[in-house]
Design a protein around this ligand. Structure first.
Ligand code: ASP
Length: 306
């Protein structure tokens, strides 16, 4: 039997809290800790890594602090378009959704695509129809309305570009993700996002793209990314970490650090990732000021922002 472990993230970026805002900081840390506690109990009780990452991401989708599910950012049209993906590192099966509107938990739909269809990704109107047909919980616009995201959108509404999940002085990416290794030594990864504020034209980021923002393979590791999606797509970041391990003989840490601190930085890409290998090693590098992140195994629980 292997020793199970889980890591989660709630996005990276220039995260700033002034002293008056320590309540907010506490809320973030509580959200990370309670997600870790609940899902680690499942994991150590024998649930599979794939079930556990799906659960962890769905809990964070229900929390308005993160840019996924309930807390998703506004698009240029004032909607919320969500993307999610999940991958099983034992079977290499994957499921993903893009451009979902009005669906409470996109990651659960992605998991259903993995389990019950011959496809990897479904998108747009038909994907929403699929969620409806499968009786996934739907929500109205008011559920997805948060004052913070609305204000962020108002700041840049009408501008040509899209912006990062902007907060305080700097840019923040609030995507959520989870990676886990279970009792059997199987790894899995899941990621869910509202994307970037004011995104237009059906823009899809790295999160639902297998190999870019999400990847899992028992031979190497499971990875969930957060950051400026276009760089992660062009850098094929998640798969590149896996490849450096598989073909280059690098350790998880060497591979992940090289990609985030060297390759991505050279490209001008901001962000980070969480990763676990089948021995339970975890690393959580980021090249931004902070990244909401946490990990839990038998020996320790860690939740950090900076
Ligand atoms: N990677 C996400 C995207 O580009 C954003 C994020 O990490 O918050 O859609």
């Amino acid at each position: 039997m292997k020793i199970p472990a889980i890591a989660i993230h709630g996005g990276s970026g220039t995260i700033t809290f002034d002293t008056n805002n320590s309540e907010l900081k506490k809320r973030y840390l509580n959200a990370l800790n309670s997600t870790l506690d609940e899902v680690y109990e499942m994991l150590s009780g024998g649930s599979s890594a794939t079930e556990c990452v799906s659960k962890a991401v769905s809990i964070m989708e229900d929390c308005d602090l993160f840019n996924a599910g309930k807390g998703s950012v506004f698009t240029a049209n004032g909607n919320h378009e969500m993307d999610a993906a999940i991958m099983n590192g034992e079977t290499l099966e994957a499921g993903a959704v893009a451009g979902l509107q009005g669906v409470k938990n996109p990651v659960l739909v992605a998991y259903d695509v993995l389990q019950n269809t011959p496809f990897v990704m479904i998108a747009g109107e038909e994907a929403i129809e699929y969620a409806r047909h499968k009786n996934f919980k739907l929500e109205t616009d008011s559920y997805f309305y948060t004052q913070l995201r609305y204000d962020q959108w108002q700041e840049i509404k009408g501008a040509a570009g899209m912006k990062l999940d902007h907060s305080g002085e700097g840019a923040k990416f609030g995507t959520v993700g989870a990676v886990a290794v279970d009792n059997e030594g199987n790894v899995a990864a899941a990621t869910s996002t509202g994307g970037m504020t004011n995104k237009a034209w059906g823009r899809v980021g790295d999160s639902p793209l297998i190999g870019a923002g999400t990847y899992a393979n028992n031979k190497t590791c499971a990875i969930s990314c957060t950051g400026h999606g276009e760089y992660f797509i062009r850098g094929v970041v998640a798969y590149d970490v896996s490849c450096r391990m598989e073909y280059g003989g690098k350790s998880l840490k060497q591979a992940a650090y090289d990609v985030i601190y060297k390759k991505l930085k050279r490209m001008g890409g901001e962000g980070g990732l969480i990763a676990v290998d089948s021995s339970g090693n975890i690393c959580m590098p980021f090249n931004t000021k902070g990244m909401y992140r946490g990990m839990k195994n038998e020996a320790q629980t860690i939740a950090r922002i900076f």
